[in-house]
Design a protein around this ligand. Sequence first.
Ligand code: PMP
Length: 452
Amino acid sequence: PQPMSGTREEWLEKDRKYVWHHISPHNDHPMIAVSGEGSWITDQEGTRYLDAMSGLWCVNVGHGREEIAKSAYKQMKTLAYIPMTQSHEPAILLAEKLNEWLEGPYRIFFSNSGSDANEVAFKIARQFHHQNGEPTRHKFISRHRAYHGNSMGALGATGQAARKIKYEPLGVGFSHVPPPYCYRCPFGKSKDSCGLECAAIYEEVIRWEGPETVAAVIMEPVITGGGMIVPPPDYMRTVQDICQRYGVLLIVDEVICGFGRSGQKFGHQNYGVQPDIVTMAKGMTSAYAPLSATAVRSDLYDSFREPGDDSHFRHVNTFGGNPVSCRVALANLEILEREQLVSRAAALGSMLGEKLAPLLQLPPVGDIRLFGFACGIELIEPDGSPAKAENVMKVLAHCKQDGILIGKNGDTVPGFANILTLSPPFVTTEEELDLIAASLFNALGSLHDYQN
Ligand code: PMP
């Protein structure tokens, strides 16, 4: 790749003047990335970093995939755009392929982002009930600590106070239940006394709200962005049973868990549930192009086919499902299949678990939670309470110094800015996992608060 001309300081000066960064708007020292290859990113000064977060949990097939770039180029020259009021070959082929991956049949509505896909899911759920003679079913139930996107409805579903305060009122009709957070069970239970209270609470809440007012439950298979919270094995199945008993739809947000991150094609397949609606984004194109989708069980879709204006789904998205993004998604899925990267992700996840297990001996490490090839490390203070955010930042800085980009989350959940996260590309090698584990070991071992 061509190096950027000019010094880092010159570029930073312009960046500080013109760019509004995401998450940390006042990031005065951002990396200025230039190129990527496999699991590695190179910055403007030629320093290489191991991208142990795949960007924001998305570059699953790794950086620098020439065949994806070629597929985009070819499609742009052939047909760059036609709105999805019409159709085109890449959209049809992709909808067919998604059905294979989802073990359908599902109808696929394309949009641009995970937030978009969830908004579509909410609107479809409400309209579905409307058309089936239950217009009072408008409410949604989600979980505290969950993140479902940045738009008003998706933020309404989000259960993280710090993302919501200042922007309220958000989409209305959302209530939250406690997360299945076994490490500090909100119901005061332990592994031995657990009666899946975190799943049973859905029934209570549906009854308190009035079942005739509840449209859907939305959940990720595991809460990724709000602390890597992995539920007990029977949790999701139990929630689905409750939903079915009360005519409540189950929307599964696979924006992060989908496309192999969980070690299966989709996260919910680990738990034997068949969602009514599935939303997906990031891993669908491995972030090579913006694209998301809302997959709706075909028999639910049928009620949108009734003759007459009333069954129209009033939602259009200009860029959603554009031919280039769909072609990129097809190329990405082809790579995942040909290189068997989903089973590789599962194997890498187990390997990562083994390599990280010794970290549990270190005083700052309270819990290590794995789901497929994604990991959350919960840090604690010497008294067992959640670690201070500054300790998490120290670990991040230490790892960056070692050339390894890891993630953090929980800082939008009051009191829980204590989670380190890992979600490397599926092409990561064992040697690269060793680098990650060694860097974490050193970083966590050198936190001075814990030393005598
Ligand atoms: N759902 C989940 C579970 C997510 O993690 C995210 C983004 N991190 C979204 C939805 C929103 O996706 P986007 O940023 O593409 O709008």
